[in-house]
Design a protein. Structure first.
Length: 345
């Protein structure tokens, strides 16, 4: 809980600092470019290329509205519609895969609850409903990140790297996964070093601190969903067997404890640590590489994902797709090496 509080406090400080910088930079912006306009501009950036005219029409309609309440309601409604729209192309395939993983994890949780006699309790179904709401939020967030150019490949690759690191330390088998982590110095490595590699690597690869933060968030979501499915599958297969469970507790109590522990780990602790440390590492990498926490295209009111022109983000976007294949192959090879090391250990 202490680690969770520290991470949440770090997120709050980072958001406040970014808000102050954006408010200071927006002091000379036109009056019409207020918070609803920036929210709607962000949502319009999520749309596919063939829906760009719809996004411009929404922005034009917002300019005709007066009153803060009317502008906020219109911007919020259009933004919600843009987020619910499914992505297209390769992003749609990635979103579908993440949805399948989330559905599989929830299905394993429900199956284990029924199979081991937990389904008779109303609290079990309330817990399942809460998990469903969390998964729905993760999928909406992942969908918005997958729409961003240049984020899907590094983000999903980073998620694979994070998941492989956790499985290497804990063990790849079901019994090892359900047992405690005994490797010395494992938690600082997994909570600090691994997310920092993802965030810094995403920033240097994409050429933008903003894109690096998105890479870290997508890696956090994808790794959390993957380990959620794997953990719930392990509990459904092993039940109360394997490593020692809670003392003086029956089968149902141990299974319930393990299901809840893996939900908290995979859907709270791991994504929180990965996103927070990755966010910080992305800002540090941008500061060390370009001397500023925000590259030139990541300015208030700018559209760094769609804006052409010079700058680190533009040069990174011009890299051939073969480089992404090399990056994915390198991460897969690293995961295989980590698996062999874990097996030898």
């Amino acid at each position: 809980m202490f680690v969770v509080v520290v991470l949440l406090a770090g997120i709050a400080v980072a958001l406040l600092l970014r808000l102050r910088r954006r408010q200071a930079a927006a002091a000379g912006v036109a009056d019409g470019d207020d918070a609803p306009a920036r929210l709607l501009g962000w949502a319009a950036g999520l749309l596919a290329a063939d829906r760009a005219e719809w996004g411009q029409a929404m922005l034009g309609e917002l300019d005709r509205l007066d009153g803060g309440g009317r502008r906020w309601r219109f911007a919020a409604g259009c933004s919600a519609a843009a987020m619910v729209l499914p992505p297209w192309g390769r992003a749609a395939a990635a979103a579908g895969a993440l949805s399948a993983v989330a559905a599989g994890g929830l299905g394993m949780l429900v199956f284990a609850s029924i199979h081991y006699g937990l389904g008779r309790s109303n609290g079990t179904w309330v817990f399942a409903a809460i998990v469903f709401a969390i998964l729905a939020g993760y999928l909406l967030g992942a969908g918005s990140l997958l729409r961003r150019p240049g984020v899907a490949g590094p983000g999903l690759t980073g998620g694979l790297f994070v998941a492989a690191a956790w499985l290497t330390v804990s063990g790849w088998t079901f019994d090892q996964l359900l047992g405690p982590i005994t490797m010395p110095g494992a938690l600082p490595l997994l909570v600090i070093v691994v997310p920092a590699v993802v965030g810094a690597g995403g920033t240097l690869w994409t050429g933008s601190a903003e894109a690096g933060r998105r890479v870290a968030r997508l890696a956090a979501v994808s790794a959390g969903l993957g380990l959620f499915l794997y953990g719930e599958l392990a509990v459904a297969a092993v039940g109360a067997g394997g490593p020692p469970g809670l003392p003086h507790t029956g089968l149902a109590g141990n299974v319930s404890d393990r299901l809840g522990n893996h939900v908290i780990f995979a859907l709270l602790l791991l994504p929180l640590a990965t996103a927070t440390m990755g966010w910080a590492a992305a800002a540090v990498a941008a500061r060390l590489r370009w001397g500023t926490p925000e590259p030139a295209l990541d300015a208030p009111g700018a559209r760094p994902d769609a804006a052409p022109g010079a700058g680190p983000a533009a040069s990174a976007a011009s890299r051939p797709q073969a480089a992404y294949l090399v990056l994915i192959a390198a991460v897969l090879a690293s995961a295989a090496i980590l698996g062999v090391v874990s097996w030898l250990r």
